[in-house]
Design a binder for this molecule. Sequence first.
Ligand SMILES: [Zn+2]
Length: 241
Amino acid sequence: MNELCESPAETGVLKRLTDLIEDGTLSGTNAWTCFSKPLASHQFGEPIVPPVVFSSDEQKSLKAIKKRLVALLVKRGKGACAYCKRPVGRYGFGWHLEHVYAKSRFPSKTFMLSNLTIGCVDCNKWKATSVDKTSVEGQLGIIDPTKENFRYGQFLKYVHIATESLSLVKYMPQHPLGKETWTRLRFSEIERVTLIDSMNAEMASLHDRMNDFLLDRDPSDEGDEVATLLRKLQSSMYRLS
Ligand SMILES: [Zn+2]
């Protein structure tokens, strides 16, 4: 992400975070928390571990880099989730800055621009539980939207048809990795949810409120019982059988 830095202070604070990962002081996940929620001090783990402290200039630098990062990724992804292609943002779905290779397992890729994209809350959630734990270097297990010369249509065809009263989304895998993406990120649920949402405004609004709540929760945190329960509820409320 050095490409995004516009001053020696910004390059410096980013280097500080990558150094803290390299020397084992911070995990990729905790270093990313320092970056994405710039505070004067972060306390991780037991109180015995000294807090990671940031000056107000460092916090300003982190905020500036993040702002540029978000603008670049949203522009690069054309405002859509890199995996399911549904629109994200103000008029779309809740979204995350998405590490293609999980920062928890590939800490050295935490601040690599080439490992970052935009993912909607649904894809982020399913990827954390069904992809991130099994991917190995060079083999993500599903489509890698950050790969050079990547073309979505080679892996999946995406059709969205909307009328006044109905909205239909259909994914057609064109490649084994497209099929893996469809299965592991539960695209069949997206197809079903889109249709039901278009018919049932109340259920759609409840789903949106749950998404808003889940936005700030880390999908890999298995101890977060409220978030786990809400995710289960979200998946079950659309099951027709
Ligand atoms: Zn998505």
